[in-house]
Design a protein around this ligand. Structure first.
Ligand code: TYD
Length: 136
């Protein structure tokens, strides 16, 4: 799955009155958008994430500020810095992710392919690794 992770360049409408970016499901992201959520007011030094998803696909956007996304598919690890509101980080299913180093006032906007379902989460890293067949 890590080789499917990529930065999507989102459309930018630049304007002296302020810039605009838009996202259409199945157009700019490779799925129909079923849910949107966002992380904000993250205290300095806190981390979010710490899980993987069985079926959910997501696109993460630093709508404001910046943060780092550490990814792990059981074979390799890769870190992305998100710091542009017109970059979307596409995450397929079965990727363990940690979000860290949030700048103050940053907002992590998430576009998701499915509605919220706790049963879709792996919250235990060892169980995730066992299930994807890559015993450490
Ligand atoms: P979680 O996905 O664990 O947060 P993060 O990955 O950003 O650290 O979600 C935190 C809590 O919020 C969890 O108890 C479930 C709830 N939640 C919803 O009810 N709906 C949602 O769409 C999301 C993303 C979370």
């Amino acid at each position: 799955p890590l080789d499917q992770v990529r930065i999507i360049q989102l459309p930018r409408v630049q304007d002296p009155r302020g810039n605009l970016t838009f996202v259409e499901g199945e157009q700019h992201v490779p799925f129909d958008i079923k849910r949107v959520y966002y992380l904000y007011d993250v205290p300095g030094g806190e981390t979010r994430g710490g899980h993987a998803h069985r079926d959910l696909e997501q696109v993460l956007i630093a709508a404001s500020g910046s943060f780092e996304v550490v990814l792990d598919d059981g074979r390799a690890r890769r870190t992305f810095l998100l710091n542009r509101p017109y970059h979307g980080l596409y995450l397929p299913r079965l990727i363990w992710r940690e979000l860290e180093n949030f700048s103050s006032g940053s907002v992590c906007l998430v576009l998701a392919s499915l509605r919220y379902d706790e049963a879709d989460y792996y919250r235990d890293y060892d169980e995730f690794i066992r299930d994807i067949g890559c015993q450490p």
